[in-house]
Design a protein around this ligand. Structure first.
Ligand code: GSH
Ligand code: FE2
Length: 286
């Protein structure tokens, strides 16, 4: 089973969104969509999401799933906008409830906000399988970057979320609340135990100046050449490297708006009495 995978790179957040499908006219899933957000003005736009909609319509696809690999900390999800225009169910890993609990406290959210995942249409379990038309998808829990990270295996293609990046870039950070470098190492070894020729699709590319963004690689290429976790790198060495590097990283530009929206499955916070939705900035919390 070799699905067709179309990637859409967002240069503002270095995110890759995907449409995965069997053939023209078939069912499809959309993975890790982006709602454009201008931090300076607080204004959202749907240029990125509209590209996905145009592609789905051009190929005459029926959206059955709108998947998130995790509650992203660097961009807002366009899942509700896509569902409104294309249909489909919004799904994320079941451990999102733990992420919601952590951030409900950090953002002191309204008491009505339920940390039970009910904002999503479906919560996915490790090992669960679901259909995208004739394609079967297997859900793999890959915690470490966040506790709720999931990878989606569709035939020979795996959408790895934020675990591995391209071999010359390495791996995802583990310093967000609930992150854990030991867990990320185990999750990556699990991904790299798949057959050598498995196609791996990244959620981000942070390319060096010397090349253009790319987002597809293989298990064999990662095992041979990933600068952080090629074969032979021990867990202890990986954790040491990751911890030292994480201590040097700034928070993503959009972490505060992204988390508040993404733990609500991409919805804005409830409107206040004047009909306007607001996002919060917790002082000295992150
Ligand atoms: N400069 C980017 C950084 C985004 C970021 O921190 N990305 C996470 C994934 S959500 C990561 O793992 N980065 C790895 C790294 O920068 O080494 C931004 O502001 O958006
Ligand atoms: Fe991430």
């Amino acid at each position: 089973m070799k699905p067709i995978v179309q990637g859409f790179f967002d240069p503002a957040t270095w995110t890759v969104s995907y449409v995965v499908y069997e053939k023209e006219g078939s069912a499809c899933a959309i993975i890790d969509s982006v709602l454009d957000y201008d931090h300076k003005s607080g204004r959202t736009r749907t240029i990125s999401a509209d590209k996905l909609i145009a592609f789905v319509r051009e190929k005459n696809l029926q959206v059955v799933w709108i998947l998130e690999t995790h509650a992203h900390a660097d961009h807002l999800s366009a899942a509700p906008y896509l569902r409104k225009h294309l249909g489909g169910k919004i799904a994320i890993g079941e451990a999102i409830t733990g992420v919601q609990k952590i951030f409900k406290d950090i953002f002191n959210l309204e008491p009505e906000f339920k940390a039970d995942g009910s904002q999503f249409d479906h919560l996915l379990k490790d090992g669960e399988a679901f259909a995208i038309g004739a394609l079967t998808t297997q859900v793999m829990s890959v915690p470490g970057h966040t506790p709720a990270c999931m990878a989606y295996q569709v035939g020979d293609a795996v959408f790895v979320g934020d675990t591995l990046f391209m071999p010359d870039v390495g791996t995802a950070r583990c310093d967000f609340p609930g992150g854990d470098a030991h867990q990320l190492y185990a999750s990556i070894r699990k991904l790299l135990s798949l057959p050598d020729e498995t196609r791996l699709f990244m959620c981000h590319d942070y390319p060096p100046d010397s090349r253009e963004p790319v987002w597809e690689t293989t298990v064999a290429a990662q095992r041979k050449g990933n600068i952080h976790v090629h074969d032979g790198v021990s867990e202890a060495d990986f954790v040491k490297m990751r911890t030292l590097r994480d201590a040097t990283l700034e928070m993503p530009v959009l972490i505060l708006p992204s988390i508040q929206v993404n733990i609500r499955a991409g919805e804005m916070p409830p409107k206040e009495a004047n009909g306007v939705a607001y996002l919060k900035i917790p002082i000295n919390m992150l």
